[in-house]
Design a protein around this ligand. Structure first.
Ligand code: ADP
Ligand code: ASP
Ligand code: MG
Length: 477
């Protein structure tokens, strides 16, 4: 069976008009494919609203909870009223039931003044459970055989609440067992993105923006031919369109390139989306719900080389650069390991590492929120070296951003770094640190937050989307 898994993000289900567009697209996809699966996010802004309600409940503010809850109910009710006629009452009842669940959980949080990650997952996952029911009913009212499923019955995860990962063998078993017959009967399952459940059935979420990952997990479990991520832009662009308004669509990217882009801040695709599909060679496409005839961006194993080698530029913000420096570090084994272990103990993720041996320093970039704890942990771990002056300083540069230029053709193309530093230098931007991964698919620069936009725009002038002439043509990963 040639199966297509489609995922529609928050804006793609954010209004009645968007959900109607989803229905038209799904009817067309069903005509072209043997089977179609639809994965949905919550209506745009709903996950944020649920988080706000929980926090308000935790602060004990019953009136605030009521106001936010009422707004959420109105938003869903008006969408249902605009979309549905025959199924209106039934879907309203379902959605009301889920909102009641939200109210009960929030009341518990308010009374206890305590919020566990497990409760947080149960509440924040409600948005997808509501949207899946609304979307499935809309498809049926458009004459499309469809039914809603909660991924809590399909995606089995570990119990890292807020950041759960799938257990693939169990997920494959549940998914094929439950959805196989549905697809064979020609029906389209509409599945909640973002959520799963542990083996014991406790609800979990896969992390913010995780619905893309849900689609990839389900695509892998069902051995889909392709996974298409429908969003609100024409595909993966040469830069974030909010920073660079004239950013262009990139027709093809390799899994490696898109991994770097996603990891270094291109919100269009959750970074964990790539692994389940790359392992199985499933093609991934990013498309626009509001311009569905555009072919979007195709992500495959290998793409053709492009002119100039740089395909896109991204940025990650709100970071700190930590530098451990000292002459006594030279040649002393184990300092790097202890530095990273001390950082890991604070659960801080390191986005980038660079070591300059001539200056005898190690620097790494971490999210700003974790800086104070990380520095305290480093001072403790390296206390003896600081005392002996083997290490002179542990310094912090707050308010930095990482700017990353991506393109697989960098490998084997000389002078790419020179051009990147050239345009950044011409823009009079000071580069604080640099790193190039061994994949040679990306060059990252650390600059101060104040220079970040200008750096993105400067490097964007170097991006190309056209492939180089046939006689040079060689595929790249
Ligand atoms: P969805 O709700 O469909 O998952 P997201 O808001 O998560 O959508 O991701 C799409 C958004 O990502 C776009 O609207 C765009 O503003 C942003 N974005 C950032 N970088 C890029 C990029 N390089 N290409 C495309 N979109 C990008
Ligand atoms: N609704 C979830 C979020 O806002 C998941 C997603 O949209 O991908 O994070
Ligand atoms: Mg998203």
């Amino acid at each position: 069976m040639r199966l297509l898994v489609t995922k529609f993000g928050g804006t793609s289900v954010g209004s009645a008009a968007a959900i109607r567009a989803l229905a038209t697209i799904t009817a067309q996809n069903r005509a072209a494919w043997d089977g179609v699966v639809v994965v949905v996010s919550a209506l745009s802004g709903v996950t944020d609203s649920l988080l706000r309600i929980v926090r308000t409940a935790q602060s004990g503010d019953a009136v605030g909870v009521h106001e936010l809850y009422t707004a959420l109910r109105l938003r869903h009710d008006s969408t249902i009223d605009e979309l549905l006629t025959t199924e209106r009452a039934a879907v309203r009842k379902d959605v009301d039931g889920l909102l009641d669940e939200c109210a009960k959980l929030c009341e518990g949080v308010r009374v206890l003044g305590e919020l566990t990650l497990r409760t947080l997952d149960a509440i924040t996952g409600l948005g997808e459970r509501m949207s899946a029911r609304i979307v499935a009913a809309t498809l049926r009212e458009h004459g499309i055989a469809a039914s809603a499923y909660d991924a809590t019955d399909l995606i089995v995860t570990d119990d890292r609440y807020q950041d759960a990962s799938p257990l693939m063998p169990e997920t494959i078993e549940r998914t094929t067992g439950l959805l196989g017959p549905v697809l064979a009967a020609g029906s389209t399952p509409v599945i909640t993105g973002f959520i799963g459940a542990t083996l014991a059935g406790v609800k979990t979420t896969l992390g913010r923006g995780g619905s893309d990952w849900s689609a990839a997990i389900l695509g892998a479990a069902l051995e889909a031919s392709e996974v298409w991520i429908y969003t609100d832009v024409d595909g993966v662009l040469t830069a974030d369109p909010r920073t660079v308004p004239d950013a262009r669509v990139i027709p093809t990217l390799s899994y490696n390139e898109v991994s770097e882009l996603a990891y270094f801040g291109a919100k269009v695709l959750h970074p964990k989306t790539i692994r389940p599909v790359v392992e199985r060679g499933i093609a991934l496409r990013v498309k626009n719900t509001f311009n569905p005839t555009h072919s979007g961006t195709l992500i495959v194993q290998q793409t053709e080389r492009i002119v100039g080698a740089i395909k896109a530029v991204t940025s990650v913000h709100s970071l700190s650069l930590i530098t451990v420096m000292g002459r006594g570090m030279l040649g002393v084994p184990g300092i790097a390991a202890r530095t990273f272990a001390a950082i890991a103990r604070q659960n801080a993720s390191i986005l980038m590492i660079s070591q300059a041996s001539s200056e005898q320093s190690i620097c790494c970039v971490i999210p700003a929120g974790t800086t104070a704890n990380v520095v305290a942990s480093l001072r403790q771990e390296l206390a003896a070296e600081l005392e002996r002056r083997d290490i002179d300083t542990i310094s912090v540069d707050d308010n930095v951003a990482i700017i990353t230029a991506v393109g697989a053709g960098m490998r084997g193309t000389s002078g790419v770094a020179k051009r990147v530093f050239g345009v950044v230098g011409d823009a009079e931007i000071n580069v604080i640190a640099i790193a190039q991964g061994s994949s040679e698919c990306a060059i990252s620069l650390v600059v101060s937050e104040a220079d970040a936009r200008a750096a993105v725009r400067a490097i964007h002038t170097l991006t190309h989307t056209e492939t180089i002439s046939a006689h040079h043509r060689a595929p790249c990963e």
